[in-house]
Ligand binder design. Sequence first.
Ligand code: NAP
Length: 314
Amino acid sequence: MKTIPLGNSILRTTTLAYGCWRLAGTSKSEEVTESSRAQGRRAILAAYEAGYRLFDHADIYCGGMAESIFGEALREAPEMREDILVATKCGIRWAGDPEASAPHRYDFSARHITWSCEQSLRRLGVETIDLYQLHRPDFLMDPDEVAQAFSQLKQSGKVREFGVSNFLPSQVSALQRVCPMPLIVNQVEISLARLDCLHDGTLDQCLADKITPLAWSPLGGGLLAEGALQGHQDARRGRLLPVLEAMKILSRERETTMTVLALAWLMRHPAHIVPIIGSIRPERIREAAMADDLGLTREEWYRLYLPARGEKLP
Ligand code: NAP
C-alpha cells in the first residue's frame, strides 16, 4: 500500500488505516470470549498482512479490551511493532466512572489525559503511542491545560504526535493556538453517507494547515458496502438509495466493488483523507485495501457526490 505523511509530521501512514473499535466483536467487555479475542487477533494480522500500517484505537473501545487484544497480537508477532503506527484516543468517560453519580461526559483535564494514556500504554503493551487523539470536544476544554498535558506526555516519551477527533475547525484552532506541537490529524465521520466535513470547513482547514483527515465509518458502518441495498434496516438506508444505485452502476463500469468505490471516493480528495476500515473479516479487510489502486476521475467523484448530496448544485 502507498504511504503518505501524517499531517506535517515525520510519521508516514498507509493510505488506508485499520480501526479497532469492533475488534472484540462486541462493545461489552464482559461478553468477550477466548474465541472473540482470537478473532480480533486474526483481524489485526490480516490487516497487517494486507499492508495497513496505521492502527486506530480508543481507551473506551470495548472497555479497553480492544487495546488488550491488540497487545496480545503484538506479543504474538512483535516484529509488527517497528512497521506500524499505533494510534489511540482519550477523553470520553462513561456514566458511573469513577463514582455512581458521574454522568456520561467528556474529560480533557490534564489528570484524565495523563492517566488514560498510561492505561492505554499498559494495555497495548507498547512504550510509546505514535498518535494520541482527543476523542470528542470537551465543552469545558481549557486549551492551556491540554497543551501542558500534551507537552509532558511528549517529553516523557509516552507519545510521539497528537491529534483530535470530531473537532470543528474553530475548536482545532483554539487548541492549536496554544499547543507547542502541531495537531496532525482530525479524525472525523466522513463518507458518502455523511458529507458534513465537506461543507463545514473541516477539510478546508485540513488542506490549509496540513492536517490529515482520518475518516471514521468510511462505509457508513457497512451501509455503503456490498449487500447494503438488500440488507440493512437502518433509517438512513432510504436516503442512501440514490447514491447506492449510482455506486452500483459505477462499480460495474470500473469492474470493482461498492466497498472499494466508497473508499476511493474519499481518497480522491486533495486533503488525502485516510479511511479507517472497521470490518473484522479478513476477506473484507483485504478487499478494502484495493481502494489504494483505483483512482477516480473528477467526473466519477461528482457522479457519486451529487446523489449523496440529494440536491442539484447551484
Ligand atoms: P466502517 O468500515 O464504515 O464499518 C464497518 C462495519 O461495516 C462492520 O460492522 C462491518 O461488519 C460492516 N461491513 C463491512 N463490509 C460490509 C458488507 N459488505 N456488508 C455488510 N456489512 C459490512 O467503519 P466503522 O467500523 O464504523 O469505523 C471504522 C473505525 O473508525 C473504527 O474501528 C474506529 O477506529 C473509528 N471510529 C472512530 C470514531 C470517532 O468518534 N473518532 C467513531 C466511530 C469509529 P464485518 O466486521 O462483519 O465485516
